[in-house]
Design a protein around this ligand. Structure first.
Ligand code: ZN
Length: 278
């Protein structure tokens, strides 16, 4: 079911890790950001769109992780954009013939085993590096690219509607998940990305995270601050109280504490190897 969060901006929520697909109404059709996860959910989305006489004229993947790269044949075959770095990362991942099999294996361990089709995964059209806006006939969508969480990750700012599509940041259920494989300084990259989002936050009335609840104007700064506090505590190896982990984690989200423990361990290993960060 599509739910309107701002004029001409709607969200379709998946059962899987509360993933949010975002629909933006344009003049000739809609822009679809991170389409969803399970086949039947994207089928439902396709029904919602066709019931309202809409077709998808462009897609966008916020970052190169499988749950943001899926597609359904009923959504048509418009260009599915990503940043140049996102597209290059996907291409590199999929050049490994075992890549989809590995995702399928991972899915077998989840409650959505058998519900996800990987056929159309990752068919991302690269936007030229530095592209400022999504090329489409609709409200201007600004691309805010950074290096937090995944290579070529982009948040999208729909300025005329006051909506920030945050990708996998600013979630009320997931902690900041650092890109511990890729970048030289994942903590610094994350803090830089948060500053970029903070720079536009004044014009944001609605924040849509890749996973979690849609937040109102009061949530934008609060979520930036909470993510920053998390990352700073992680950097300093400090204990922290964060409502997303430990005893305050929501029922069904206890596993996020394991992600936190894993990040602490891997950062400690990195520091031992490379020396502690500044
Ligand atoms: Zn995700």
């Amino acid at each position: 079911m599509l739910r309107q969060v701002a004029e001409g901006v709607l969200v379709h929520e998946s059962e899987f890790v509360q993933s949010n697909a975002v629909v933006v109404h344009g003049r000739a059709g809609v822009l679809l950001i991170d389409p969803g996860v399970q086949d039947h959910e994207m089928d439902c989305l396709a029904n919602d769109l066709s019931d309202s006489g809409q077709t998808v004229v462009a897609g966008f993947s916020t970052h190169p992780h499988w749950d943001h790269l899926l597609w359904h044949v009923r959504l048509g075959a418009p260009p599915r954009y990503g940043t140049a770095r996102c597209a290059a990362t996907v291409l590199d991942q999929l050049s490994d013939p075992e890549a989809k099999a590995r995702i399928a294996d991972h899915l077998l361990e989840t409650e959505i085993a058998g519900q996800v089709s990987l056929d159309l995964l990752g068919l991302v059209t690269a936007l030229p590096a530095g592209t400022a806006r999504i090329p489409w006939d609709g409200p201007q969508v600004r691309i805010i690219e950074h290096h937090a969480h995944a290579p070529g990750h982009a948040a999208l700012l729909i300025e005329e509607r006051g909506v920030l599509v945050a990708g996998d940041m600013l979630s009320d259920v997931l902690i900041p998940m650092l890109d511990l494989d890729g970048t030289a300084d994942p903590i610094d990259d994350y803090l830089t990305a948060l500053r970029l989002l903070e720079g536009v936050a004044g014009n944001v009335d609605v924040v849509v995270p890749g996973h979690g609840s849609v937040g109102g104007a009061d949530q934008v700064h609060a979520r930036i601050e909470r993510d920053r506090a998390y990352v700073l505590a992680l950097r300093e190896g400090r204990a922290l109280s964060d409502p997303r982990i430990g005893l305050s984690a929501r029922p069904g989200w206890e596993w996020v504490s394991d992600v936190h423990d894993g990040q602490l361990q891997r950062l400690a290993q990195r520091n031992e190897r490379d020396g502690a960060p500044r």
